[in-house]
Design a protein around this ligand. Sequence first.
Ligand SMILES: Cc1cc2nc3c(=O)[nH]c(=O)nc-3n(C[C@H](O)[C@H](O)[C@H](O)COP(=O)(O)O)c2cc1C
Length: 201
Amino acid sequence: MTDLTHAFSDDLAATLTRAFDLLARAAADRRSPMHTPSVASIGLDGAPRSRTVVLRHFDRGERCLRFHTDIRSEKYAELTSDPRISTLFYDADKKVQLRLSGMASLHVTDEIADGAWAASQAMSRHCYATEPAPGSAIMEGGAFSIPKGRDLTEVGRPHFCAVRIKFSKLEWLWLGSDGHRRALFEWDNAASTPVMRWLVP
Ligand SMILES: Cc1cc2nc3c(=O)[nH]c(=O)nc-3n(C[C@H](O)[C@H](O)[C@H](O)COP(=O)(O)O)c2cc1C
């Protein structure tokens, strides 16, 4: 039987609205469990690779997510080689999993990167000044430096990248107490309305 306390439970359009509301909150509220999704790319050796990132922005109209990274990271090289990307969110309280997939675009010197950098806090900016590069092998755990200080917030700018994900597929899974619901939303590149269907959970 359907859990009637959730208006979205048997309504595909309402389910999509609910998913988008959760993504909007995930980007805006650092306490949201969906604020730090897992992002998967295809490794240079063809094997899958995933890691946690901070969701910085969600654009509902454009169907875009954004996170930030260092151009010296492995994920930057991977996404340059193959922009296909998948993002996984889970909210244990709401019992909702979201799986989004699409294409990544990498912004380093354009207006998108400049805007994202301008909106970043000093604490976040300092991370991009790490030496040696992220992922470098070092002799001891602490053998790296992060130049910090009010006058040093621009040092990391050349390494900063805003990654935008334009997703064309969103899969919803809700572990409702009276029955699970799984739904798939797929967008044609041109179409703003998705093909919506229920799937067996
Ligand atoms: C809570 C959390 C948030 C993170 N946020 C980011 C992020 O926004 N961007 C990023 O590049 N790495 C972030 N990291 C580190 C990545 O998970 C990863 O370890 C690092 O970027 C190296 O990944 P790569 O070798 O696949 O490029 C975060 C890690 C944690 C645990």
